[in-house]
Structure formats: structure tokens, C-alpha cells
Write a protein that binds this ligand. Structure first.
Ligand SMILES: Nc1ncnc2c1ncn2[C@@H]1O[C@H](COP(=O)(O)OP(=O)(O)O[C@H]2O[C@H](CO)[C@@H](O)[C@H](O)[C@H]2O)[C@@H](O)[C@H]1O
Length: 588
């Protein structure tokens, strides 16, 4: 039995802050086998099949064979641009560590909640697989068990299931998920402290990836209106972020090598390149993979934690072992291959494979101000100018701010960490706080930043409030009650906040990075303030000045017809997943 040290997932601290590094811990892992299976039958539903699958706002960065070779990849290969998600009636299995509304720490959960039903509506049979972190009251025990083997130790997982909005929602049950998280907040899916991983995250996600590969083969799901039985082997796995990186490796080593899943494809989607899963090199032995995969994981960086020098990098393997690499906006795709800073040292790997950026959609039901249950009054584009001031007053009352429907109110919602530029925002507040405005900041994350938030009211009792909780109703009130939404992200793969804000008629003031310029038209549907320094160790005074300048620019339209015109242009846009699937260029 191999005993290996396990560290945690690390991003590139220098560029993006990343997470701190706990001391390496031990965990046992090696070898995997599937032992028992039961059959499950009997879920019903109805849907029709059509055959449209066209995705918009897409740009592909083609594999740059010459550049990749120049940068040391002798085997740089050109990937076929053959469609693997185009066409209808496919069986698509999304695999993700979070899936809203059952589990969510941020945008990844949102995407897994919204995209699968849109694909199902386009005629595909769609499943999501995510861990069962809680006793979800709407998911039934299938009684199907699978045993996976890690380090000569067997782990029995159980599948739970529900069928909603045309999608099979499958949950993998094991104490490494439920017992660790249960009773805690949704923000604890990866570790007890923001930015720090559980010591056994490699074990957890190894178990999860193995279970996910079994789900389409063994779950006998009857949706009742077109689809029944197991999904079978001709499936497309869409696996998301580093937690699922082992999936294509096991797909090849355990299945394809044994004649199973011969036509299955593996599509990797990057939601955030800053979290890569960098671990000690010796941990490779625990993954139960043949040595032929070692080179895909092999990674050198200049950091001393968790250990100096050679490491394994889960995301690197996820990219290299995939059939296709996607990310969540075209602008982000181009940033990822632009250099080591924005590609967080995987730029050269992505140059080798190529990457396609597709702008995220959003959940237009949750963020529809006509039916939003969290608002004191509902509104649409024709009534926004009357309703928003009422909501603003309710928000002010709730937060103990002076009630004044005419004062411009600026919001910020997001994780409190360097990616989101919350540190830049804190330093920029003096630049605009005296402009007769109010500011509301809602976020959770790094403890030091949460403390700063709590100080806001003391510092600016008449103008500012900070709320350091994960508070969905308040997020809805801010999105509708504010006039402007500040998004000072250092980098933002797509960003959902700006979409949610615009849908509610709140004007985004955002940096020019990732999906922000893909979704905001400067001076038309918002204000762009340029790209910021991505070095997370510093707050660049130039960026602080840029925030102040952009806020003043936005304030100049407040109270003028230009504001209502902009609100209208924001609100009439189609941000739905359906819209994304319907319009624009063909996906691949
Ligand atoms: N304190 C709080 N209370 C209530 N709700 C809160 C909250 N803080 C955040 N939220 C909600 O969480 C979500 C965050 O969405 P983002 O796109 O900013 O996510 P994130 O950066 O996690 O996702 C990553 O993945 C997504 C999906 O691909 C990319 O859009 C994004 O750029 C990338 O960083 C939004 O729905 C927002 O309303």
C-alpha cells in the first residue's frame, strides 16, 4: 500500500493570489476497481427532440503547433475541429464538483444549474453528476452502489437521482462529501477556510471521477418521454475545472483500454485557470494511473509550496488528455494563451491543444425582476424607472442607510479575494465616496477582507455598508435596488454578476478582462475601465485611480435620460442559455 503526501490545490500566487498552502498531509491511494453494481429503474418525464445546437459568442484559439514546438512541446498536435458537441440527440454527461441549486460556491454551480436544461431542451439527453453534500430532499436513493478502490482501500459510493427540467441530476454519495460538508455553509465544499483545501481533496475527487464514469453505464433511468435505460457508452463527458481532471485519464486507462466507451468523448471546460490542483509529484502514485500519464501531470513552477520544484498539475492533465478544451468566454480564451501571467503557466499547454471560448448564459428565471420573489415590487423594462427607486429605499432601510431614492447607489457582489479586485475596491473607496453616493458591498472570502468589509459602516456611517455573508435575498435586492454594479476584477473568466445586474437594469462598471468586454458594450450597456494589473501581491495605484475615474464617469449620467436609455438597453438583452444556444456562430 502506498502512503503519499498530499498537499492542496495551488494557483499561481504571484499572479492571482491563489490559496495558501497547508503542510503536506498523508493519504493512501493506489489502484482502482469496480466491484458491485445494481440496476436502477423507473423515473419518468416527457420531452421532445429537435436538432438545433448552435452556440454563439464563440472564438477558437487554434492549436499553435509552431509556437508550441518553439516552447518545448515536441509532440504538439493539431486537434481536429470535428464537432463533438454539435448535432442533436447526443448523450451529454456534465461532471462538476458543484451544481446549483443543490451546491454552489459561485458561478461554476450556476452554470451546471442552467446550461444542462437548455441542452436538454435542444434534444439531447443530459445528465449532471455532482457530489451529494447534503440530504437533498428532492433526490431519491437509486440503491445503486459502486465500489472504487484507492490505495488498496475500497470506497463504496451510492447514487442518488432526480429528474428536473429535462435533466437527470445524479448525486454521488460518500462520507467524504456529505459528512465533511453537512451542516456547514455552501462555501465549505472544498475546505473549511476560504482558499484552503481539505487534506484529502485528491482522494475525494478521485472517488468522484470514478463514480461519474460509471453513472451513464449503470444507472437505468427512465425519463418517460423519449429516453429510457442507461445512457450507454456513446456519451460526451463535459468535465469542469481541476476537480474533475482525472476523468479523461481513467476514461482512457480503465475503460477505452478495455474496449469500453470506445466512442465516448471528453470535453474539458475551464471556469477558472487560477485553481489548478498542484500537488507533490510523488502523489502521482496514488492516482492509480499508468506511468504513461505521468508526463501529462508533470509540472515545474517556481514556488516553494507545497514543495519546491517538481509537482503534478491536475489541470494540465485535464487539458492534455481531453478531446476538446473550452472556456467560458472568447476574450478569456485569448487571455489564457497570451502569456504565463494570464494563463497562469498553462498558456503553453493551451497553445498546444487550442481552446474555444463560449460566453456563459445565466439563469433567467432566477434573475427575472418580473417574478423575483425576493423583491418588494416586481418590474419589467417599462416599469423599471418607477420600481427600482422603491426597491432602493427598501434596501436602504434594510441596511440602515439614509433613505433617499435619488442618491446613486453602487453595489458590489462577489467572493472577497484578489481575483474579484475586492482589495482594489477597498483602496478605491476614498476616490469616490464623497461624490454623494451610497455603497453596498456583499461578499464572503478571505477573513482579512471580511473584516475590512465590516469596518465600512464605522468608516462611512452615512454612505457605506459591508455584509460579509452569502446572502441570496440580499444579492437580489442589491441587483435590483442599485444603480450601478462595480466589478473591478483582476481577471474574470466570464462573470455572471454583470449579466445578473444588467438583467435587473443595473449598470455594470467593470474591468476589461475575460467575459466582461464580451458582454458589456462600453458607453451602451455599461462602463469599461481597462485591464488591471494581475499581480495579486500588489494593489496598483493606477488601478485604484481607474476605479475612481470610471465611477465618476458613470455618475455623470445619473439623473439624466442617458441612464434610463442604458437601463433599457441592458434589460432587453437575451442572456439565457437558450439564447446562447440559438444564435451566433456554430460551436465547432
Ligand atoms: N455573498 C454572496 N451572496 C449571494 N450570492 C453571491 C455572493 N457572492 C457571489 N454570489 C453569487 O455567486 C455567483 C458568482 O458568479 P461569478 O461568475 O462571479 O462566479 P465565480 O467567480 O465563482 O465563477 C467562475 O466561474 C464562472 C462560471 O463559469 C465564471 O463566470 C466566473 O468568471 C469564474 O470566476 C453569482 O450568481 C452571484 O450572484
Amino acid at each position: 500500500m502506498a502512503t503519499v503526501s498530499v498537499s492542496h490545490t495551488i494557483s499561481s500566487r504571484r499572479f492571482f493570489g491563489g490559496v495558501s498552502n497547508p503542510e503536506p498531509r498523508t493519504f493512501q491511494g493506489k489502484g482502482i476497481s469496480f466491484l458491485s453494481r445494481n440496476q436502477h429503474s423507473g423515473y419518468h418525464g416527457l420531452r421532445s427532440i429537435n436538432n438545433v445546437d448552435i452556440l454563439p459568442h464563440i472564438r477558437t484559439v487554434k492549436p499553435n503547433t509552431r509556437e508550441a514546438k518553439k516552447r518545448g512541446f515536441q509532440n504538439a498536435r493539431s486537434r481536429s475541429s470535428t464537432s463533438i458537441i454539435c448535432g442533436s440527440g447526443m448523450r451529454v454527461v456534465f461532471v462538476s464538483a458543484e451544481c446549483a441549486p443543490w451546491s454552489k460556491t459561485g458561478g461554476l454551480g450556476d452554470v451546471l444549474g442552467g446550461l444542462p436544461p437548455a441542452m436538454a431542451a435542444n434534444g439531447h439527453r443530459v445528465m449532471t453528476v455532482s457530489p451529494r453534500y447534503d440530504q437533498y430532499k428532492d433526490a431519491w436513493d437509486t440503491s445503486v452502489l459502486v465500489e472504487v478502490k484507492v490505495a488498496d482501500k475500497l470506497y463504496t459510493v451510492r447514487f442518488y437521482h432526480c429528474y428536473k427540467r429535462g435533466v437527470d441530476r445524479v448525486f454521488v454519495d460518500h462520507p467524504v462529501f456529505l459528512e465533511k460538508i453537512w451542516g456547514k455553509t455552501g462555501g465549505k465544499l472544498y475546505g473549511m477556510v476560504a482558499g484552503e483545501d481539505f487534506d484529502d481533496n485528491q482522494l475525494r475527487f478521485s472517488i468522484f471521477c470514478q463514480a461519474a464514469l460509471e453513472a451513464p453505464r449503470i444507472l437505468n433511468l427512465n425519463d418517460g418521454d423519449g429516453f429510457s435505460g442507461p445512457y450507454g457508452e456513446d456519451v460526451v463527458f463535459v468535465y469542469n475545472d481541476w476537480h474533475t481532471a482525472l476523468l479523461p485519464c481513467y476514461l482512457k486507462s480503465m475503460y477505452k483500454a478495455n474496449g469500453i466507451y470506445q466512442n465516448a468523448k471528453a470535453v474539458f471546460c475551464i471556469h477558472n485557470v487560477a485553481y489548478q490542483g498542484r500537488f507533490m509529484f510523488s502523489d502521482f502514485e496514488s492516482l492509480g494511473l499508468p506511468d504513461t500519464f505521468k508526463s501529462s501531470f508533470d509540472f515545474y513552477d517556481g514556488y516553494t509550496k507545497p514543495i519546491k520544484g517538481r509537482k503534478i498539475n491536475w489541470m494540465k492533465a485535464a487539458i492534455l488528455e481531453s478531446d476538446k478544451v473550452l472556456t467560458v468566454s472568447p476574450y478569456y480564451a485569448s487571455e489564457l494563451v497570451s502569456g504565463a501571467d494570464k494563463g497562469v503557466e498553462l498558456d503553453d499547454v493551451l497553445l498546444k491543444t487550442g481552446i474555444t471560448g463560449i460566453v456563459n448564459g445565466m439563469d433567467i428565471q432566477e434573475w427575472d425582476p418580473r417574478i423575483d420573489k425576493y423583491l418588494p415590487v416586481n418590474y419589467d423594462v417599462t416599469t423599471a424607472m418607477d420600481a427600482k427607486p422603491i426597491i432602493k429605499e427598501a434596501l436602504q432601510a434594510e441596511l440602515g442607510l439614509p433613505i433617499d431614492r435619488t442618491i446613486p447607489l453602487i453595489g458590489f457582489i462577489g467572493r472577497l479575494e484578489e481575483q474579484k479586485g475586492s482589495d482594489i475596491l477597498m483602496e478605491a473607496i476614498p476616490e469616490f465616496i464623497n461624490e454623494n453616493i451610497q455603497l453596498v458591498v456583499l461578499g464572503t472570502g478571505k477573513k482579512i477582507m471580511e473584516k475590512q468589509l465590516e469596518q465600512l459602516e464605522k468608516k462611512y456611517p452615512h454612505n457605506a455598508r459591508g455584509v460579509a455573508t452569502f446572502n441570496v435575498p440580499l444579492a437580489h435586492m442589491i441587483n435590483s435596488g442599485a444603480d450601478f454594479m462595480l466589478i473591478p476584477s483582476r481577471f474574470e473568466p466570464c462573470g455572471l454578476i454583470q449579466l445578473q445586474a444588467m438583467k435587473c437594469g443595473t449598470i455594470p462598471i467593470a474591468t476589461t478582462t475575460g467575459g466582461l468586454p464580451d458582454t458589456i458594450k462600453d458607453g451602451v450597456t455599461g462602463f469599461l475601465m481597462g485591464g488591471f494589473n494581475v499581480d495579486c501581491e500588489v494593489v496598483d495605484p493606477v488601478d485604484v485611480g481607474a476605479v475612481g475615474k470610471a465611477v465618476k464617469r458613470a455618475l455623470s449620467i445619473h439623473g439624466t435620460p442617458a441612464l434610463s436609455e442604458m437601463i433599457e438597453k441592458c434589460m432587453v438583452q437575451d442572456f439565457s442559455w437558450k439564447g446562447r444556444l440559438r444564435s451566433g456562430k456554430k460551436f465547432c
